[in-house]
Design a protein around this ligand. Structure first.
Ligand SMILES: NC(=O)c1ccc[n+]([C@@H]2O[C@H](COP(=O)([O-])OP(=O)(O)OC[C@H]3O[C@@H](n4cnc5c(N)ncnc54)[C@H](O)[C@@H]3O)[C@@H](O)[C@H]2O)c1
Length: 419
């Protein structure tokens, strides 16, 4: 079997961690059991480009149980857990191409290995496989029936392709499922981003000014959790509604250049480019820590920071110290790559349980509906979303009420008004 992982000897350690995550992914496990019995993906070639983590390993096991023939590559050069990559190859027989710290050339060579698999289904986190196929490997289009996309940034790229008439096959937007972004983006990114900052720096969050750029699903989670740990949270936005929401949620809101002067820790999570830019580097306090939890590291203008610095050194693993001409230092975490996946382990399994339940069911949906789905971005059907929420509640032992016949009738009627 062809593969590219750092050290196959790490496989046993990876297996233990995959099993640990699996204990907290009961919804995905129940789908795996059904897939093993029904084989809804029988013989389907799947090329997945996802963060190679313990949770992803359990998704791969689920797809394989459903009969899929899978190749996995990394969706980020720094997010791979090398022991998990080794275990996927050694213990689960899944061809994996992923090395933590791989350079850009190796990253795309791995994406190409996934495309060489001649996928019928693509599974992306950030649309790199789909983008590469359309731009450089159009011969692969012939076999593809459809794909799935995990994250906000990928969905934005795919919608832009669809609007240009460039997208040649249907893609299910897993990110848009309520059981994905409401929980993964908010609670997952909220907890794991701070986990990444803490593991990298071991700095106290209490009493510190923590700036969050972007008050979307992820930004709300980070602000909420940082506030809970005693930080003075400042939110930066460009959308007046989101900014207003942040104000009403009790945070200070201001322009970036004002925030730069007070930030102890500044985290970007916007999906946008150069959110921390040249003017901010000029205004920043000595010792400020900057990190990104959005999909691409272009959220921080790292090239400008490197140019401004008179010296750069790594002071802890994944913590670079940039010394400015006036003597101030700025600390950049993980080269601006997703801080939660680079410096910690990504989202806890319990939220990925729902995100990856959506991925597995979206792949099944794609196989069943390939004939009728047109090229473009399609939502996860509402009944899949509701079923995942129902299953998740059941695994948590939470019961809820159902509508009585009287309530059903009342809610469906329009005749009743003020009495
Ligand atoms: N770290 C992770 O594990 C993880 C998980 C999920 C999503 N993501 C990524 O995080 C990013 C954000 O995702 P989301 O779901 O919160 O998206 P979202 O669309 O809900 O929120 C993004 C917010 O950023 C704001 N914004 C855009 N440009 C800005 C700027 N220059 N300054 C300040 N605010 C700006 C937008 O107005 C919006 O409110 C995406 O890149 C997504 O792919 C990362």
């Amino acid at each position: 079997m062809d593969f590219d992982v750092k050290d196959i000897a790490l496989a046993d350690q990876g297996k233990l961690r995959i099993e640990w995550a699996d204990r907290d992914m009961p919804v995905l496990a129940s789908i795996r059991d059904r897939f093993a019995a029904e084989k809804p993906l029988a013989g389907m070639r799947v090329s997945a480009c996802l963060h190679v983590t313990t949770e992803t390993a359990n998704l791969m096991r689920t797809l394989k149980a459903g009969g899929a023939d899978i190749v996995l590559c990394a969706s980020n050069p720094l997010s791979t857990q090398d022991d998990v990559a080794a275990a996927l190859v050694e213990h689960y027989g899944i061809r994996t191409y992923a090395l933590k710290g791989e350079d850009t050339e190796t990253y795309y060579a791995h994406v190409d290995s996934a495309i060489d698999h001649k996928p019928q289904i693509t599974m992306d986190d950030g649309a790199d496989v789909v983008g590469r196929i359309h731009a450089k490997r159009p011969e692969a289009l012939a076999d593809i029936i459809g794909g799935t996309e995990e994250t906000t940034t990928g969905v934005i790229r795919l919608r832009a392709m669809a609007a240009d008439g460039a997208l040649k096959f249907p893609i299910v937007s897993v990110n848009d499922a309520m059981t994905k972004h409401l929980f993964d983006n908010r609670y997952g990114t909220g907890q794991s981003t701070l986990d990444g900052v803490i593991r990298a720096t071991n700095r106290l969050l209490a009493g510190r000014t923590l700036v969050v750029s972007g008050y979307g699903w992820c930004g709300r989670g980070i602000a909420m959790r940082a506030s809970g740990m005693g930080s003075n949270v400042v939110v930066l936005e460009i959308d007046p509604l989101k900014a207003l929401e942040a104000v009403m949620d009790g945070y200070r809101v201001m322009p970036a250049v004002e925030a730069a002067a007070i930030a102890d820790i500044w985290i970007t999570v916007t999906g946008d480019v150069n959110v921390i830019d040249s003017a901010a580097f000029e205004a920043m306090k000595d010792g400020a820590i900057i990190a990104n939890s959005g999909h691409f590291n272009c959220e921080i203008n790292i090239a400008d920071l490197r140019e401004k610095a008179v010296s750069v050194r790594e002071v802890r693993p994944l913590v670079e110290e940039f010394t400015m001409a006036d003597g101030r230092v700025i600390y950049l975490l993980a080269d601006g790559r997703l801080v939660n996946l680079s410096c910690a382990e990504g989202h806890p399994a319990n939220v990925m349980d729902m995100s990856f339940a959506n991925q597995a069911l979206a792949a099944e949906y794609m196989v069943k509906n390939a004939e009728t789905l047109k090229p473009g971005v399609h939502p996860v059907p509402e009944d899949i979303d509701a079923e995942i929420a129902r299953l998740k509640l059941a695994t948590m032992g939470v019961k809820i009420d159902t509508l009585t016949p009287e309530q059903n009738k009342y809610l469906a009627s329009w005749q009743e008004g003020t009495v």
